[in-house]
Design a protein around this ligand. Sequence first.
Ligand code: ADP
Ligand code: ZN
Length: 348
Amino acid sequence: MIDKILIFPSTELFLGNQLLKTDKLLELCGNQKVVLVADAAIKDLYAVALAKKLRANLLTIPSGEKTKNWDTAQTLIDQLFQVGCGRDTLLIALGGGVTTDLVGFVASIYMRSLPFISIPTTLLAMVDAAIGGKTAINTPYGKNLIGTMYPPQAIFVDFDVLQTLPAKEWLNGLAEILKMGLIRDGSLWEMAQKNGESSAMILQAILGKMQVIEQDPMEQGLRRILNFGHTIGHALEAVSLYKMPHGQAVALGCLVEAHLSLQLNYLAKEDFDSILAMYKKFALTLPKTYTRSHLLQAMAHDKKRAFGQIRFVLIDQIGHAIPFDGAYCRSVSPNELESTLDWMEQWK
Ligand code: ADP
Ligand code: ZN
């Protein structure tokens, strides 16, 4: 059953249960040559059956963030040549954010671009990585530093594939949903808190991200709110040498940035306490390799930095990021930051 069909400016979004078992995707394939590229770990779960249904060539990439690099992209490109892909070949990505980012990147550069469809299979990819048109690979200098803007023709969100998702991967996606709840959607926060019906929660999180991107496509102001929790979160990932999963880092980052909002007297203690209670379900531990100086050094690369100062998105209630005259972020003094880091270091 297809529950909902939405149209982005250039992308059709299909959501539903048993979506991969319907003929919708087959219809979109038409009589094009189709190559399905899947995360190797879900080959037997979903990829083999889907490739058969679509009469597609099936290629796999190894699982994990360490795969998302030039070498894998190059190997995939070679395989596309070997199976005879031309510019009219439809490339379909099936997997989490690693797969959708990498395959999207290859689709955007192979013969100067191929038609591309994305099928995110993790909660994180459904609500975040696969929404917004970014493609990426990692480099030794950092995550996602090489990439393109290449929105897929269609995104298929099949809620049923989440049934096989390990619990820790669910939490990683939940971290981005909670972030969306904190910055602009109190009702989404409530849904997540009550372990609400997941398909409604996923749809609401996707719509939230799409609305923010539509209002600020060039990231001149409002879109910065999506970066809440990520100033600290990205730095924690770097300090952990990328061993800490993105969702865990963002969860701790959101909590610490909510604490900063409390400390600067924007957020009420009562709100902060319920935020703290919610994040107890995450493993709130700092990476073993954590040092404060390394964290501060890593934060210096934050993209919201201006005039040498690190800036933070802050909230004044659950569901509302502070506009700060349209900048949606503000700098904090070294002392203010240090006292929130003192508080964070209880999780050493
Ligand atoms: P993310 O989506 O968080 O960026 P990945 O693409 O690395 O992360 O996916 C996280 C892990 O979940 C990988 O080990 C991947 O093989 C696995 N995975 C992806 N989708 C599913 C699924 N539907 N069922 C079970 N495991 C999955
Ligand atoms: Zn994120």
